[in-house]
Design a protein around this ligand. Sequence first.
Ligand code: SAH
Length: 479
Amino acid sequence: MLLTITYTGTDTANLGFLLYKNPYRPQKFELGFGDAYIFYPEISDNKTTAALLLDINPVDLARGKEGNSGGGRGLFDYVNDRPYVCSSFMSVAIANVFRTAMTGRCEEHQDLSDSLLNLEAVVSMLPCRSETEMLNKVFEPLGYEVKYENFQADENFPSWGESKYVNLSLKANIRLCDLLKHIYILIPVFDRQKHYWIGNDEVEKLLRNSGDWLSNHPQKGFITSRYLKRMNPLVSLAFSRLSYESLNSNETEEDSQAVFVGDTSLQSAEKKEKAEKKLNLNAQRIGSVIAALKNCGARSVIDIGCGEGNLLRMLLREKQFEKIAGTDVSSSALKRACEKIKYDYASDFIRNRIELFQSSLTYKDSRFKGFDVACVIEVIEHLDLSRLCAFEKVLFNFTKPRFIILTTPNREYNVKYENIGADKLRHSDHRFEWTREEFRNWAEKASSQYGYTVRFSEIGETDDIFGASTQMGVFSLCE
Ligand code: SAH
């Protein structure tokens, strides 16, 4: 596995300072799965190339694998392409070996680190089965001139067609730290056999290394989905956080539902794009709520009107939420919530973190108190208008959490649903649905009456005229 980075310009040996790797001293780094070597095949005033060679041993990998005591996947664990291709192992090596360079810090030459340099990265043997067009779609929006060399699978058997590997060249005037982050995130997007377990940490890594370039990338759906191995809840979480964070930094939220999954070919990717374009709104809503909760720094959360516990399930997966409660007026909804979070089989650790109880949010209940944030997700529209005043008093005046996150349908958007239209409500139990203006008026009035401020955002695909399907208000208690 080989990655080279070439800097063309003047005094190019300074590349060594930026990478924190002495050009005149080849180095070896022992990683858990093999060895990484750094050396410079070319050093001159006007052109310097650094190479990262990764030597991994599939036998060691197979032996080190949990539960692989001779059984497992047999020969495939020992005879595979891992030693030869640029895979997720290369990303891990980049993060280990170029950790400081990726931050953009350079004590000796900070100016150079902050400058756009004439750089070319060559990624040898990137697995990219029949997806070469995606290379252009993914790298060009980031400013790269993209070239790739492909090969016959076996020159003795032309009928076998092209191999699934390419040598990829990326050229741009770019900061070195950005180039490294792009490669770090995007190699695993093309490598389908990621070796690591995909968990919430990966969402954090993705957002940390892509915060400033992924939210407006036209292929952000493809990149997010593939990076997270198509684990839908995590994709929704990452996606919503990208949308939420870009909304809050006043960038435009583009194409926020276009999560699609490319699997075997571009053609099938496009088919799937259509099928999955209508990304489950519920999942997006949960993702946005979790993003907002994290933004509030919440450690304890009560979900009022928790229904079947969809949000609770996701909250339990995030360690930062140490104390969680769910409450609903409906005992059958609570029963389903219990089943969904597998409460009866849960460990003591989980049982100590979560509590479920029946109650109505129009009556004062001391169990609502003591949480950083109260979530009221798609509930308010189930209340009779005449009970709204009681609800406000219970929530804003009696419970009085530091933050309230409240979502409700945007009635204007109903025209976009074929089977609803402008005059109908979305659910037979909805007592009303608000336009954006009506929601804003209600929320601002309640905020000023009870000492809160409120910020609004939209969830789902946004229509220029009708807005998005769901509207969200995040209320903060004035100190
Ligand atoms: N928040 C959940 C469920 C939304 S459906 C989700 O987003 O998936 C609305 C829920 O509000 C239902 O479960 C209903 O039982 C609950 N609900 C309606 N009136 C309520 C009230 N007065 N007090 C508490 N829960 C109520």
